[in-house]
Ligand binder design. Sequence first.
Ligand code: IMP
Ligand code: MG
Length: 330
Amino acid sequence: MIADVVVDLQYGDCGKGKVTHALCKDGDYTHVIRYNGGCNAGHTIYHDGRRVITHHIPAGVFFGIKSIIGPGCVIEPNQFFSEIKQLEEIGINARDLVFVAKNTHVITKEHLREDQADSAIGTTKRGNGPAYRAKYGRTGQRAEEVTSLKDFIIDIYEELHNNEKEVKILFEGAQGFGLDIDWGDYPYVTSSHCTTASALLNGVPPQAIRNVYGVAKMYETYVGAKSFEGNDPIFDKIREIGEEYGATTGRPRQCNWMHWDLLEKGIKVNGVSKLIINKVDVLEDVGSWAIYADESKQTFDSTQQMKAWILDRISTEDISVTFSGKKDGI
Ligand code: IMP
Ligand code: MG
């Protein structure tokens, strides 16, 4: 068994969808598995010239690869079925490709109602926190108990460990390291684990891990209740040029410069072997560059200078680094 993991190193929205899409296109994966989160995630994917946003369903579905919502996730059946329908409408055979692990927990109407009332955290109001609370409180409901999901249910152990073929998995994470329940700025976090370790909780042994693709952006964005944005009109410019508005809620994302501490921690804790830093062209268009590091703000005169600073801080013998623009591949 071989598994690659895609993990976001900041606050989500760093372009995991793009990376997953590129890996599915070039790789020979047998399975793509979403390993955490629910429909709070919004993955924007450009497929055959169309912009498609999925919340639950992994990107493997665009390439005819078996796509599983793993037991580390929580699932809202109505949202799930509306995505199946949306995919079928653009000619994707989602019904034959998408599966839900039988032990995945369910986001109920009560969970949605409760989360709608949140104002303290600034959640996506998709019922994520209440569903995980029910799971860990042992009062939750599992996908196998939901009649409408019957045709999609699989036993992920059987699927991965008793498969006739050699299994090659791409794990697609949701949210990001800065939103992780343990590593993020609690309580301004999501209710799941967003790390490489979290992927393993879906039934795969650690020895199976081959590459860990850590995805970051050249600057940071965050959506939620805490005050995050730096006090400088430059961040309005970054938001406009970077099109930083939530894929799930449409909320404007608060913007700030890269915090080196967070990125470095994320690289180490997640065991990143391939680092992808996206949206390099946004700062180029804005014409300003900075990083918070060593308790001060480092400024740069060009993309080249900022890249050189980053490369100097990373042990590039162990980690390959790719800088990518909005329209570039990886
Ligand atoms: P929840 O996950 O909906 O409970 O929201 C908790 C926090 O995580 C809030 O600050 C959300 O804006 C943030 N969040 C959740 N999912 C995403 C995502 O996919 N991208 C960016 N932020 C997210
Ligand atoms: Mg997103």
